[in-house]
Design a protein around this ligand. Structure first.
Ligand SMILES: [Zn+2]
Length: 204
């Protein structure tokens, strides 16, 4: 038998799983939703449902989209000779917002991590290499985060890309604070890191 309060407990439990939300905050939100109009409360429920039901990875680059191609791949004004490889969608958005780069992106879906047991097969590495086969991409910018695992991932990708294509390979300049994360970096320092990117391998 469910007690009358059980639906509230369920909402509190679910909200409490969100980052930065403790039990007290979850309770406040749950009772706020209970007091809200049905229309307002359901708008949140529907927004969350749509987030999971309507969005999927772009078939080319892996960025999240509700269509066949994402906003980057479907933009005819982008430079199709460059692809910027990032760990996450949020990194792609942060780099795009700098305005310093107007090429394409490729979302790996993480980084190589021996400690977490993440290998190349868990990341979108093969789809990246397959994109190079057409020969249209002439520069690959490795924009994984500037830390130990991000650097390791970039080194691995540089070798893979070099084996597969003649594209120029570059890495974001060290403009970010050591161990800084791309998604948290300021627009100016990210833009400078892009503009001053360093060649790693391949043709100049
Ligand atoms: Zn895409």
């Amino acid at each position: 038998m469910k007690t009358p309060i059980e639906p509230i407990e369920r909402v509190i439990d679910e909200l409490g799983k969100l980052p930065g939300i403790g039990r007290r905050s979850a309770e406040r939100m749950a009772y706020h939703l209970l007091a809200a109009s049905e229309k307002d409360a359901m708008a949140l429920a529907v927004a969350i449902r749509d987030l999971k039901k309507r969005l999927h990875p772009c078939r080319v680059c892996g960025a999240v989209t509700d269509g066949d191609l994402c906003v980057f791949c479907s933009d005819p004004d982008r430079d199709r000779s460059a692809v910027c490889v990032v760990e996450s969608q949020r990194d792609a958005l942060a780099l795009d917002e700098t305005g310093a780069y107007r090429g394409l992106f490729h979302v790996l879906g993480g980084r190589l991590s021996p400690t977490a047991g993440t290998g190349p097969e868990q990341l979108s590495v093969e789809p990246l290499l397959a994109r190079l086969d057409g020969g249209e991409i002439r520069e690959v910018i490795l924009a994984t985060n500037p830390d130990l695992e991000g650097d390791g991932t970039a080194a691995f990708l540089a070798e893979m890309v070099e084996r597969r294509s003649g594209a120029k390979i570059s890495r974001l300049a060290r403009g970010l604070s050591s161990g800084g994360q791309i998604e948290l970096a300021g627009r100016d320092s990210l833009g400078a890191a892009l503009a001053n990117r360093q060649p790693l391998r391949g043709k100049a």
